[in-house]
Ligand binder design. Structure first.
Ligand code: MRU
Length: 326
């Protein structure tokens, strides 16, 4: 199953808000529908957002060859932190002088590249880990960087799958990932589908999993990697990096080159999305804080380069903690 693709002249995507209860597909026929799906995280995860941006640009220029700039600008900014969204839009639109069909062809190339990049970076990440940890490797991850966050296969979970294929994987510890539960809803669902042993823990338990020696490495994805090697990823990643350093185990980031943003000097310059506080004070329909409670809902955090043991992409391995820069 592909998470997002172009079918019969429009975008078809898995509705990630419905999982794990139901596998429901969305038919997105307008840029406005696509922006809505992105904002409510029905489509989410940096690589999937890159693909959505590219396919969305194809939708936009097909409907309006003169290119209603406002619609494309709104799509680019639907979520500000993952660089892939704007990257995908811009890459497809570079073919605009050749006409709408060329824009679509470029967007379809982005889809296929995502699949290939994931496979390559996952294999490289598995090689890297197996050079540092004894089999079977137990891994801790955060949020969802699996096939649902990409077209298929996944980045951080792609590394996990590559280990599994080589019979070198032990157990995966999955942070539930408050407030929208991408870990317990999506990562646990993917791992169950794949028959991979996994254990969900609350986010606050993540550092203790590492301190107790239950995991041999942390493997996460990224929404943006700055030129100095700082990594922006789902809120709650930074505590895991601190705990991994304390425990003396590798903190590995698996991401495609499209997530590397050399135009941004450091993580401090990245806009961190702040989402509606209602996400924090409700679980489903249940209210879990007194009415009027103030909230601060950062969707992402910054892990400084010196805590990042390695970044693995489809092209290379970078060791930021040793001073290497992307
Ligand atoms: O808010 P989300 O669910 O889009 O956040 C996703 C993440 O933080 C992922 O870890 C990241 O995009 C990498 S996905 C391969």
């Amino acid at each position: 199953m592909r998470t997002i693709e172009w079918r019969d002249g429009h975008i078809v995507a898995v509705d990630q808000t419905a999982l794990p209860d139901a596998v429901r597909m969305l038919d997105l026929r307008t840029v406005e529908d696509l922006i809505d799906a992105i904002k409510r995280l029905a489509i989410r995860g940096a690589p999937a957002l890159g693909v959505a941006g590219a396919l969305g640009a194809a939708l936009a220029v097909r409907d309006d060859p003169d290119l209603a700039g406002d619609r494309v600008a709104a799509l680019r900014q639907a979520r500000p932190t993952a660089v892939n969204l704007a990257w995908g839009v811009d890459r497809a639109l570079r073919r605009l002088p050749d006409g709408p069909d060329a824009v679509l062809a470029e967007a379809l190339a982005v889809v296929e590249e995502d699949v290939r990049c994931n496979r390559t970076l996952a294999g490289r990440g598995a090689d890297w880990l197996l050079g540092r940890a004894a089999r079977p490797v137990n891994v801790q991850t955060h949020c969802n960087a699996g096939g649902l966050a990409c077209v298929e296969w996944g980045t951080a979970l792609g590394v996990v799958r590559a280990l599994h294929e080589r019979d070198a994987l032990g157990r995966v510890y999955v942070d539930e990932t408050r407030p929208l539960l991408q870990g317990s809803r999506l990562t646990a669902w993917e791992l169950a589908q794949l028959g991979i042993a996994h254990t969900v823990v609350v986010d606050g338990a993540g550092p203790s999993v590492l301190a107790r020696g239950l995991a041999d490495a942390v493997v996460v994805g990224a929404d943006r990697i700055a030129a100095n090697g700082d990594v922006i990823n789902k809120i709650g990643t930074y505590p895991l990096a601190l705990a991994a350093a304390r425990a003396g185990i590798p903190f590995l980031v698996a991401a495609p080159e499209s997530t590397v943003d050399l135009a941004t000097p450091s993580g401090a310059e990245v806009e961190i999305e702040v989402r509606d506080g209602a996400e924090i004070v409700h679980i489903g329909q249940t209210t879990i804080a007194p009415a009027g409670t103030e909230t601060l809902n950062f969707a992402f955090d910054l892990t400084p380069a010196d805590l990042v043991t390695a970044i693995v992409t489809e092209a290379r391995v970078i060791h930021p903690a040793k001073g290497e820069r992307p």
